[in-house]
Write a protein that binds this ligand. Structure first.
Ligand code: COA
Length: 414
């Protein structure tokens, strides 16, 4: 049995943020019915295509384990069907531009009238406020949620991270909101509204930077590279590769860095294992030297310290360094490329990287469920083709006959 077996989700999500959330619900066993516009479907089906006329990896990697129904929710017949689906589902999820569902005629009030037990979840760029009507994509959320102003090097521009913290990050929040609301419904019998703003999601992940903003008013941020020689302004600055956790850390070069852009390792020089680190890099002298043998003495010269560490790391590969430092309890992490991650056997073994077969594209890799439940194992199945399950869903859930479905198709409702 799967954890969310018996839960039916009417999935009006598209692009990335919403689909990642409903994909998680599908991985936990919910029946996720993706509603798409007849003819075109989710725009990502056609974006960044690597094979002509075949659903893109962008789409397939965000919509596993779902069923697809095409439905024109702006046609009268389509709206009738949509109402009936709302009646028979536990969850309605969407991430259209603000107000889109209301413009279709489905306000929260109307949705509740149709089904008081339904949980109606939305992702938007912003919560109520000056930007509430804006359309938002990933990088807009990163800029407005505090990520960009705090990422990059002090002498460079604000920088976007490759991790999709606004989209996939907010999708996670939405999934948690839905499951929590389902849990509450067990006691109250009532559904509720779940609203997740991408700006809020990014800011939540930048929590430590708001911590630093408040620390800044009481003095310089001593673990930042700006200390002691640089200047601090009135806002949390960009800290390059300094560790966010208050433990001195930096990315240092490894053997082969001249030709391999990922021949780097992150090393944390925390007090607890500093002795081991100093010995490993051949700087036992630091242990007797008052200029180096306390965290306080090292703090103003962390750059110099990492330069010394790098003299040693450039003589070894990132994996050799990992093998030496890990047993010494020196926290470190090789910078792994996407190629290395795709090929990593342990990630394949845990189902974090999964090979999936698709009728049109053949085999491809995807990221599986990052959350492992001991009583609800995830099996990743391919994303649906556009409208693949339209007839099946209309027959099974709404009890329509084949001729009724054919009539709806000829009038463009499905
Ligand atoms: N049948 C009929 N019409 C449909 C439909 C269907 N099955 N599915 C969608 N539509 C309509 C919508 O109702 C909307 O019509 P409207 O403009 O008349 O209200 C239209 O298609 C387009 O939807 P919209 O959400 O405006 O798409 P967009 O491509 O212009 O904008 C986003 C895309 C992502 C910018 C926008 O949806 C958004 O800001 N979403 C919230 C934030 C978010 O999730 N962003 C992250 C995306 S990864």
């Amino acid at each position: 049995m799967k954890a969310l077996e018996g839960v039916r989700v009417l999935d009006m999500t598209h692009v990335q943020s919403g689909p990642t959330g409903t994909q998680l619900l599908a991985w936990f066993g919910a029946d996720v019915i993706k509603v798409e516009r007849p003819g075109s479907g989710d725009a990502t089906r056609g974006q960044l295509r690597d094979i002509p006329e075949v659903d893109s990896l962008y789409f397939t990697m965000l919509n596993h384990n779902k069923r697809s129904i095409t439905l024109n929710t702006k046609s009268q017949k389509g709206q009738e069907i949509f109402s009936e689906l709302i009646e028979s589902c536990d969850v309605l999820a969407e991430n259209f531009a603000p107000g889109a569902l209301d413009r279709m005629g489905f306000s929260w009030q109307r949705i509740q009238e149709i089904n008081p037990r339904i949980i109606y979840a939305s992702v938007k760029g912003f919560g109520p406020g000056p930007y509430q009507d804006c359309k938002v994509y990933e990088n807009v959320a990163q800029c407005t949620g505090g990520e960009a102003s705090t990422t990059g090097f002090d002498d460079g521009p604000p920088t976007i991270t490759g991790a999709q913290i606004g989209d996939s990050g907010t999708g996670l929040n939405m999934a948690l909101g839905i499951v929590t609301a389902l849990f509450q419904r067990e006691k109250t019998g009532r559904g509720q509204r779940v609203e997740c703003a991408m700006q809020d999601g990014v800011l939540n992940l930048c929590r430590v930077k708001l911590r630093d903003q408040q620390r800044l008013s009481r003095g310089p941020l001593t673990e930042y590279p700006q200390y002691p020689n640089g200047e601090f302004g009135d806002a949390t600055p960009r800290a390059g590769n300094a560790s966010g956790g208050g433990q001195p850390g930096w990315v240092v070069k490894c053997r082969g860095w001249e030709s391999d852009p990922n021949s780097y390792i992150y090393v944390i020089a925390q007090a607890a294992s500093f002795e081991h680190l100093a010995c490993a890099i051949g700087r036992e002298d630091w242990l007797e030297d008052p200029e180096w043998n306390t965290p306080k003495a090292r703090l103003p010269k962390l750059g110099q310290m990492f330069d010394e560490i790098e003299k040693w790391t450039t003589t070894l590969t990132k994996f050799e360094i990992m093998a030496i430092l890990n047993p010494l309890d020196v926290p470190c992490g090789p910078v792994l490329s996407m190629k290395e991650l795709a090929d990593e056997p342990s990630l394949r073994a845990t189902g974090t990287v999964v090979e999936v077969d698709h009728p049109a594209r053949g085999k491809y890799l995807t990221v599986g469920n990052p959350i492992k439940l001991s009583e609800s194992a995830t099996t990743v199945t391919r994303s649906p083709l556009l409208g693949e399950h339209t007839d099946e869903i209309l027959r099974e859930i709404l009890g329509l006959a084949n001729d009724q479905i054919a009539a709806m198709r000829s009038e463009g409702a499905v």
